[in-house]
Each structure stands twice: as structure tokens, then as C-alpha cells.
Design a protein around this ligand. Structure first.
Ligand code: GAL
Length: 348
């Protein structure tokens, strides 16, 4: 009898206490600091990267994590190594770990749609980082103006070759940025094509932004046509095009564009093998993303830009940062001045 008299009240207390805390708002000891003040809930952010192939994504990751941690958040980073299915699984894992916001660089814009739907089902916000997840209610698309990137690339080439045969190397067809960049190319090139000054010898997509794809396409184009200029959509594909030109003794004679201010590309710009790269201040993009992610995790409204991008059946709040044209003439005042690369590295 005595046993029951003590056990039953204890059991009742064990069951009732958590509810008591919940109702009275009393914090469990780990939710208050030494003075008894409520500690802010831990912010947990999931960062899902498509891959780390281009050096810029390593910088995006490092700048993002540093800023988020400076703001008191914890970041779990996942690298899908180029596999869209792995990215889906990893994001499910992040949601299961209780992240309060997901920041995603989609490997495949269409395949990444379920990530947003699964997150929304749990009330988790999604920031589409530098690439737009297609046809999904993304909470914020944060990127550089990719149409402007394409305009910068094409204009730098037209400035050098106002007439002639052009090869256009588009980016990965699974990356929505590739079409936006090409839209920018045509804003500059179409009037010259219509005027009969420029002829497009070939326009082809480089699967997965692969350097090897650009090399193969450029070598093939050089076999079949006289090529006077190459509009390449990023530095990896520019590097493939330059390798194909080198095999024909044409490197430095046929201007090539790029994007990302990769070190090799900046060295090639300095040497005159690449006409332009487009520098996108990655630190600024990553830090703005971290600030927005912390806001979202705290349940605060994100500062979306004025733009709303149509995204299938949705309008996505969009924030575009300005890309910068980098040529030999201004590389020291941009990429080097920002500390993105050193002068010594570039002049190697
Ligand atoms: C694109 C991005 C480019 C380049 C490319 C290669 O989405 O807009 O800046 O990084 O990916 O990864």
C-alpha cells in the first residue's frame, strides 16, 4: 500500500510537469541563462550545395557559414556532389534534424522542387541560392542578375569582334541560370545578327557546366567553321574553349568570355587568353543569404527585393546583386582590391 502511496504521485508529477512548464511558460533550465533570462532558441540552418566543383562554391560555403555563425546560428552543410537525388535525400535529412530554414543551390532546378514542398509542409522557409528551384513556392531567390551577366559577356566580345562567326557555349541546361545568361547574350547579339554582321556558327549547352563538354564542342566547331569569337557562360567552360583554341594555335587570337572570376580564369585574363570574366562578389551574396536565413529562422520577414520572378505557377520574391565585368584593365581594382585573389596569384 505504502509503495502505491509514493509511486502514483511521483508518476503523476512526471506526467504533469512538462505540461505545467508549457502552461506556465516556465523554462526548462537549459532554456534560460545563468541570470534566469530566456536564451534565444538555437538557430539551425541547413545549407544544401549542388557540388563544390567550381572554386566559387567553396567560397560561398565558407563565407555563408562564417556570417551565420557570427549571427549566432549553427549551419549544417551538405554537398550533393552533383547528384540531384542525393540532394533530395540530404535535404530530407536536414529537415529531419530540425533545421528552421533551408538554403539550397539546386543541382537540377526541376528535380529540386520536392525539397521546397517538403520544407513548406514543415513550415520551413527555403532560400534558393544563386540558382532558382523551378516551379515551386520558394520564399526567396537570391542571386546576381544573370541576364546582366550574359549582357556583360556578349558586350565584351562584341567590343573586340563587332562582326564575324560566333560560337556560343551555354551553361548546364538543368540550371535555370543558363537560359537567363543566354537571354542576356541575345540582348546584345541579336541586333548584330539581324544586321548580318554576326553569324552564330553554333550555340550549344555544356552539360553540368563541364570544361570537357566545352572543349569537345569548341574543337568540333573549329573543325567545321572559322570561329572569330566565343561567348562562354562561365569560367570552367571558357577554360575548355581556350584549351581547344590552344590545340589550333588560336588561343589569345579568338576572344573568350567567362564568369565567376576563378583563379585560372583571372590568370588567363591577365595573359590575354580570356577577354573577360564576370566577378560576382561572392562574399556579399553569401553574407546577405546568411542574414536572410537567420531572419527566416527567427520567424522574421526576409528583406526580399522589389523583384518578383515568375516561377512556373508562383511569383518568387527575388533579390539580385550587381555582377561586375572584369578585364585585364580593371582586374587589380576589382578582384584583387576585394581580396578575392592576390596580384601575385593572378600574375603567376
Ligand atoms: C551557375 C552560376 C555561375 C557558375 C555556374 C557553375 O549557376 O550562376 O556563376 O558558378 O553555376 O557552377
Amino acid at each position: 500500500m505504502h509503495f502505491r502511496k509514493t509511486l502514483i504521485p511521483l508518476l503523476a508529477a512526471a506526467v504533469a510537469l512538462p505540461f505545467l512548464f508549457a502552461i506556465t511558460g516556465c523554462k526548462k533550465k537549459d532554456e534560460v541563462d545563468s541570470s534566469g533570462a530566456a536564451k534565444p532558441a538555437k538557430i539551425l540552418i541547413g545549407l544544401s550545395l549542388a557540388d563544390l566543383k567550381e572554386e566559387r562554391w567553396q567560397r560561398d560555403r565558407d563565407f555563408f557559414v562564417a556570417k551565420a555563425e557570427a549571427l549566432g546560428a549553427e549551419v549544417i552543410v551538405q554537398d550533393a556532389s552533383g547528384d540531384p537525388n542525393a540532394q533530395l535525400r540530404q535535404c530530407d535529412g536536414l529537415l529531419a534534424k530540425g533545421v528552421q530554414v533551408l538554403v539550397v543551390v539546386p543541382k537540377n532546378a526541376d528535380a529540386a522542387r520536392p525539397i521546397v514542398l517538403n520544407a513548406n509542409a514543415r513550415g520551413v522557409k527555403v532560400i534558393s541560392y544563386d540558382r532558382l528551384i523551378a516551379d515551386a513556392p520558394v520564399d526567396l531567390y537570391l542571386s546576381f542578375d544573370n541576364v546582366k551577366v550574359g549582357e556583360i559577356q556578349a558586350q565584351a566580345i562584341v567590343d573586340r569582334v563587332p562582326a564575324g562567326n560566333y560560337l556560343i557555349l551555354k551553361g548546364d541546361p538543368a540550371d535555370k541560370n543558363s537560359d537567363m545568361i543566354h537571354q542576356g547574350h541575345l540582348h546584345v547579339l541579336q541586333p548584330l545578327i539581324d544586321a548580318g554582321k554576326i553569324k552564330i556558327a553554333a550555340v550549344q549547352s555544356c552539360d553540368k557546366w563541364l570544361r570537357s563538354e566545352a572543349l569537345r564542342i569548341t574543337a568540333d566547331a573549329l573543325q567545321k567553321n572559322k570561329i572569330d569569337a566565343i561567348v562562354a557562360s562561365n569560367d570552367g567552360t571558357a577554360s575548355g574553349a581556350i584549351a581547344a583554341l590552344q590545340a589550333k594555335g588560336l588561343a589569345g587570337k579568338v576572344p573568350v568570355s567567362g564568369q565567376d572570376a576563378d583563379l585560372i580564369a583571372c590568370q588567363n585574363v591577365w595573359k590575354g587568353l580570356q577577354a573577360v570574366t564576370v566577378y560576382k562578389p561572392i562574399q556579399k551574396l553569401a553574407e546577405v543569404a546568411a542574414e536572410q536565413a537567420v531572419k527566416a529562422a527567427r520567424g522574421e520577414a526576409m528583406d526580399a527585393g522589389s523583384e518578383k520572378l515568375k516561377n512556373g505557377g508562383y511569383e518568387v520574391p527575388t533579390l539580385f546583386l550587381e555582377p561586375i565585368a572584369v578585364t585585364k584593365e580593371n582586374i587589380l581594382q576589382t578582384v584583387v582590391a576585394d581580396g578575392f585573389h592576390t596580384e601575385a596569384e593572378i600574375k603567376q
